[in-house]
Design a protein around this ligand. Structure first.
Ligand SMILES: [Zn+2]
Ligand SMILES: [Zn+2]
Length: 218
């Protein structure tokens, strides 16, 4: 498994290309733009076939490059039904307030659901529905890696004041991540990567549950 990172678009969202090196199959996660470094990598020869374009959620900063990446690669676009309207309606993706008139409409080719498993060469991408930042927010779990979108960031979590956001729902989603056993590399939708073990200790939105547990331990 190889992961390439591209920081792109108006507010520097993280796009990742997950590659199964054995087969050359790749998934492009959250193309918030389609800039030259990403195009160059997709044409570099390491990537034989882009099998999926996957969206952690439907906000404009994660999907403005979807139409172009789809045109270049022919790969199918997957999003959770809760955020699917974002692909066709710039008022849903919030592009209307930030980049009005610049979002190209894309029809989703498939829908992500809780527990779904997407094969990528020898890898398996497992879908966790983690709403709270948006209705259709998901995390992708592959081996010991989590692509956490805007659900979990290093030392913080996604905002819940946008349409479809809900604080209690996000806390429940974070609890599900905390409860995954073992450690994971976490690649979030913004800012730098982290680990789940680090966040369990240093992220106050995840630590709350640990504190509750330690009270019980006493
Ligand atoms: Zn977002
Ligand atoms: Zn974002």
């Amino acid at each position: 498994m190889k992961i390439e990172h591209f920081s792109m678009g108006p507010i520097a969202a993280n796009c990742y290309v997950l590659l199964d090196e054995a087969s050359g199959e790749a998934a492009v996660i959250d193309p918030g733009a389609c800039e030259q470094p990403l195009i160059d990598y997709l044409h570099s020869g390491a990537v034989k076939k882009v099998r999926y374009i996957l969206l952690t959620h439907g906000h404009y900063d994660h999907l403005m490059g979807v139409a172009d990446v789809k045109a270049i690669t022919g790969a199918p676009v997957y999003i959770h039904p809760g955020d699917a309207a974002c692909l066709t309606d710039e008022s849903e993706s919030l592009a209307d307030t930030h980049l009005p008139g610049q979002q190209n409409v894309v029809t989703p080719d498939g829908f992500l659901e809780e527990g779904m498993e997407l094969p990528l060469g020898e890898l398996t991408i497992r879908v966790l529905h983690t709403p709270g930042h948006s209705r259709g927010g998901v995390c992708f779990v592959v081996g010991d890696v989590i692509f956490s979108g805007d659900t979990l960031f290093r030392h913080t979590c996604g905002r819940t004041d946008l349409p479809g956001g809900d604080y209690a729902t996000l806390m429940h989603s974070l609890e599900r991540l905390t409860e995954l056993s073992g450690d994971y590399q976490v690649y979030p939708g913004h800012n730098r990567a982290t680990t789940l073990a680090h966040e369990r200790t240093h992220n106050r939105y995840l630590r709350k549950k640990n504190l509750d547990q330690s009270l019980f331990d006493f």
